[in-house]
Design a protein around this ligand. Structure first.
Ligand code: MN3
Length: 202
């Protein structure tokens, strides 16, 4: 059974950038529902139940067609949100250091160019989805994905993601997605993102 991870900080820990009520509904309702529905989809699939969430998503094309969409949406939703809570934290923001910083300079020119690329990708994503910094074949890239599709489904490793579904920002920012995004940069826990990059490099 997949389980809803605890939020690693209090609901109000990301104030004023992300409000406590949004965090509570987002974690306790939205994320919880993805976990419940993923478990529902897998209930008659003992072999798939044994797989880690990551393996399930990397191998999405081997999941039986009858439940593939459910696993994609709810498994993707579970994985994306589990990462999202960890790449944010109180007293976040600033810039990364170490090898991740070097790799960002190499891939995008400088931190500002990277920030602009991820912000633009997330701003311009039509409808619901996520903006991502991913590692693929040892290289960094910024991509947008619709719905709850995980970069794992493309063979990429997600390092940092921003949820631009309206449920992530509507209470505080209404239609102002760019304002939410500029506030979101102040919540990033770069230590966590740096560790993901180190693991992706192996
Ligand atoms: Mn969400």
């Amino acid at each position: 059974m997949h389980e809803l991870p605890q939020l690693p900080y209090a609901f109000d820990a990301l104030e004023p950038h992300i409000d406590a009520q949004t965090m509570q509904i987002h974690h306790d309702k939205h994320h919880a529902t993805y976990v419940t529905k993923l478990n529902d989809a897998l209930k008659d699939q003992p072999d798939l139940q044994k797989k880690s969430l990551e393996d399930l998503l990397r191998g999405i094309n081997e999941v039986p067609e009858t439940i593939r969409t459910a696993v994609k949406n709810h498994g993707g939703g579970h994985h994306n949100h589990s990462l999202f809570w960890q790449v944010m934290g109180p007293n976040g923001g600033g810039t990364p250091s170490g090898p991740l910083s070097d790799a960002i300079f190499q891939a995008f020119g400088d931190f500002r160019a990277f920030k602009e690329k991820l912000t633009n990708t997330a701003t311009n994503l039509f409808g619901s989805g996520w903006g991502w910094l991913v590692a693929r074949d040892g290289k960094l890239d910024v991509i947008g994905k619709p719905n709850q599709d995980s970069p794992l489904m493309d063979g990429a490793t997600p390092l940092l993601g921003v949820d631009v579904w309206e449920h992530a920002y509507y209470l505080k920012y209404q239609n102002r997605r760019p304002d939410y995004l500029s506030a979101w940069w102040n919540t990033i826990n770069w230590k966590d993102v740096e560790q993901r990059f180190q693991r992706a490099r192996g």
